[in-house]
Design a protein around this ligand. Structure first.
Ligand code: 2DT
Length: 212
């Protein structure tokens, strides 16, 4: 029918501090949607598979040093190099579950002290998510979860600043889920907001661009 032939996928973004459970929840959500026959893909940023992604990866592993502005622009470029594929997928009806997006880009660089307007500028024109889910956990609680890893940024003091940045970025459209609930409860809440969003996109909610 007419509606299904023009229906598009949803751009769903998961954000939150390191160790908030984003990655395992996106995996569970992907499996759930896939098993129900939805066309869905699981994406993440940084996408470490591209040339830019490899530069980012070596920076995060402390194997290279870069000016804060330079690495910020690389993270943004890493989204720009995936933009056309992203649009193609969404328009052809595939829902994308994306682990981190422009909000991580701004939150981490702003936490270093860069100007927030400057941080947002290179993201203008990227596709705006249809849904942003924030998995909410305090930096202290996140740190208790077996500690952080060895990558740059994975330190309590810095994570506290990132939490502050996310607060500055959050708006009323974000769905905030308490990340200290059980895995199953989080999964259930996540499915609800995601299915609602997918329905709206199927019904013709237009794709839009950052920053709305
Ligand atoms: P993962 O541990 O999720 O792979 O993230 N980051 C991420 C930024 O500073 N800017 C960005 O634009 C993005 C997407 C967050 C690796 C680290 O990179 C940070 C944690």
């Amino acid at each position: 029918n007419k509606e299904s032939s023009s229906s598009r996928g949803a751009l769903i973004v998961l954000e939150g501090l390191d160790r908030c459970g984003k990655t395992s929840q996106s995996g569970r959500l992907y499996k759930y949607l896939e098993e129900r026959g939805h066309s869905v893909e699981s994406w993440r940023f940084p996408d470490r598979n591209t040339g830019v992604g490899q530069m980012i990866s070596s920076y995060l592993a402390n194997q290279s040093q870069l000016d804060d502005h330079a690495i910020h622009l690389l993270f943004s470029a890493n989204r720009w190099e995936k933009r056309s594929l992203m649009e193609e997928k969404l328009k052809s009806g595939t829902t994308l579950i994306v682990d981190r997006y422009s909000y991580s880009g701004v939150a981490f660089s702003y936490a270093k002290g860069l100007d927030i307007g400057w941080c947002k500028a290179p993201e203008i024109g990227l596709l705006a998510p249809d849904l942003v889910v924030y998995l909410d956990i305090s930096p202290e609680k996140a740190a208790e979860r077996g500690g952080f890893g060895d990558e740059r940024y994975e330190q309590l003091e810095f994570q506290k600043k990132v939490a502050g940045s996310y607060l500055a970025l959050r708006d009323s459209s974000w769905k905030v889920i308490d990340a200290t609930l059980s895995i199953e409860d989080i999964e259930k809440k996540l499915r609800e907001v995601v299915l609602d969003c997918m329905k709206a996109c199927h019904k013709g909610k237009p794709l839009s661009q950052l920053w709305p």
